[in-house]
Design a binder for this molecule. Structure first.
Ligand code: 13P
Length: 251
């Protein structure tokens, strides 16, 4: 049995005061970590303040990292730096970074390898555009992303990796993929991991769905066999909604 994982991706939202208010409101209400992994991925400036206040049942993640250990990379943050302040997770290859910051599969792959070296758990994002889905290219696009992104990773690493299937057309649009479409594509991702590694690895890996997940559709998404959790943008910004979303994963 795979433990569900619900992660909030705050993107570029929340000042320090807003982040503090949120964490104080959710800490006591989250279900046990034995049943579900609850994660908040914040922007860099509030990571330390969240880590210091994280309750027993919450863990903190970053939204990006550089693949180098250190160097003249103005504006970048390394995996070691994240680890040194107690961060546990890092989102890698979010479609917004791929589209707006020219992040390539080669860079995503290097970041994944470095994240494991730094003992961070990566949440790898993959997904197709509307044009690609409508052109019947979803599997080709995601298959290629997985092949390139997961190159040179060991089975042991892939087993602990989290993959988020985020169709670009469903992000921030209010258009959720139907639970069938989401499950089908998560199933394809699992099959591809089995092909690239082996069946045991594919059975162990946790696959989230992301894209307009909210309190009204989480139950149905979580009831699907290939969906082990959710990566949530907008709806993770409200403390009450985040708690409801996490609780839905342990029903
Ligand atoms: P929304 O939940 O706001 O659609 O964002 C999804 C997302 O991009 C999470 O990483």
């Amino acid at each position: 049995m795979r433990k569900p994982i619900i992660a909030g991706n705050w993107k570029m939202f929340k000042t320090r005061d807003e982040a503090l208010q949120f964490i104080l409101a959710v800490n006591e209400q989250l279900p046990s970590r034995e049943k579900v992994d609850s994660v908040i991925c914040s922007q860099f400036t509030v990571l330390r303040c969240l880590v210091k206040r994280q309750g027993e049942n919450l863990r903190i993640g970053a939204q990006n990292m550089h693949f180098a250990d250190e160097g003249a990379f103005t504006g970048e943050v390394s995996g070691q730096m994240l680890k040194s302040i107690g961060v546990s997770y890092v989102i890698i290859g979010h479609s917004e970074r791929r589209a707006m910051f020219n992040e390539t599969d080669e860079a995503v792959n290097k970041k994944l390898l470095k994240a494991f070296e730094c003992d961070l758990t990566p949440i790898l994002c993959v997904g197709e555009s509307l044009e690609q889905r409508e052109g019947g290219r979803t599997e080709e696009v995601i298959g290629k992303q997985l092949e390139l992104d997961l190159a040179n990773l060991t089975k042991e690493q892939v087993k602990t990796l989290v993959i988020a299937y985020e169709p670009i057309w469903a992000i921030g649009t209010g258009k959720t993929a139907t639970s069938q479409v989401a499950d089908e594509t998560c199933g394809f991702i699992r099959k591809t991991v089995a092909k690239l590694f082996d069946k045991a690895t594919a059975e162990a890996i946790r696959i989230q769905y992301g894209g307009s997940v909210k309190t009204s559709n989480i139950d149905e998404l979580m009831s699907m066999p290939n969906i082990d959790g959710a990566l949530i943008g907008g709806a993770s910004l409200k403390a009450d909604d985040f708690v409801t979303l996490v609780k839905a994963a342990v029903k």
